[in-house]
Design a protein around this ligand. Structure first.
Ligand SMILES: Cc1cc2nc3c(=O)[nH]c(=O)nc-3n(C[C@H](O)[C@H](O)[C@H](O)COP(=O)(O)O)c2cc1C
Length: 189
C-alpha cells in the first residue's frame, strides 16, 4: 500500500428491483481494489436511501456526509435511464454540495442500447460542473449490457478490454486526485 493513498468513494447508482448494478460493481471494485495507491469505500444507494425531501438532517444524509467529505475522488457506476441518470442518483447528488467540490470523478456506465450509458455520463458531467468537480475524459462503458451477462446472471465482460478501460480511467483519476489534494493542502479551495 502506498503511503497516504487516495480515498475513492465508489457509488452504485441503481436501486431498481432486479438491478444489474451489483455484478458490474463487483467487477469494478475488484479492479480498483488491486491498486496500491487507492483505498475504496463503496456507497450503494440501496443501503443509503436519500430522502426525496432533500432534508439535510435526515439520519441517512447525516451518516453519509463524512464518508463523502473524506473522498479525494469518486467513481459513479451509473446505468442510463431515459437518456439520463436514475432519479435516486440525482437525489443523492442534490443532498450534498461541498462534499463533491473540486474533486475528480470517474464513470462506469451501462445501458440496454448501443449508447452504453454515455448519455447518462454526459448529464453527470453537466451536473458536477456545478460543484467545480469534473469528469475524467476516458470512461468505462458497457453497451448492450445484457450481452455481458450469462444465462445464470453472472457478469462476464470481455475482461481484457474492460480491465484496460478501467485502468486508464483509474490512472487519470488518481493523477487528478493526488494533484488536487496536494494543491488544496497548500491553498484550500
Ligand atoms: C426507467 C428506465 C429507463 C431506461 N432508459 C434507457 C435508456 O435511455 N437507454 C438505455 O440504453 N437503456 C435504458 N434502460 C435500460 C437500463 O439501462 C438497463 O435496464 C440497466 O440494466 C439498468 O441498470 P440496473 O439494472 O442496474 O438498474 C432503461 C431502464 C429503465 C428501468
Amino acid at each position: 500500500m502506498a503511503t497516504n493513498p487516495i480515498k475513492v468513494v465508489v457509488i452504485v447508482g441503481s436501486t431498481r428491483a432486479g438491478r444489474l448494478a451489483p455484478g458490474i460493481a463487483r467487477w469494478f471494485t475488484g479492479q480498483i481494489g488491486q491498486r496500491a495507491d487507492v483505498v475504496t469505500d463503496i456507497v450503494d444507494l440501496v443501503d443509503t436511501p436519500m430522502p426525496g425531501s432533500l432534508d439535510d438532517n435526515d439520519p441517512v444524509v447525516v451518516a453519509l456526509r463524512p464518508r463523502l467529505a473524506a473522498a479525494d475522488a469518486f467513481v459513479l457506476i451509473a446505468p442510463e435511464y431515459n437518456r439520463s441518470i436514475p432519479g435516486p442518483l440525482k437525489t443523492l447528488i442534490d443532498c450534498y454540495n461541498k462534499e463533491w467540490e473540486a474533486k475528480p470523478i470517474g464513470f462506469v456506465s451501462y445501458g440496454l442500447s448501443m449508447a452504453g450509458g454515455v448519455r447518462a455520463v454526459e448529464h453527470l458531467r453537466q451536473i458536477f460542473a456545478e460543484f467545480h468537480s469534473f469528469g475524467m475524459k476516458d470512461i468505462v462503458t458497457f453497451p448492450r449490457i445484457l450481452d455481458h451477462f450469462d444465462s445464470d446472471g453472472n457478469f462476464t465482460p470481455d475482461l481484457d478490454g474492460c480491465n484496460a478501460a478501467a485502468k486508464l480511467m483509474i490512472d487519470q483519476l488518481t493523477w487528478w486526485a493526488y494533484a488536487l489534494r496536494d494543491a488544496k493542502a497548500v491553498r484550500p479551495y
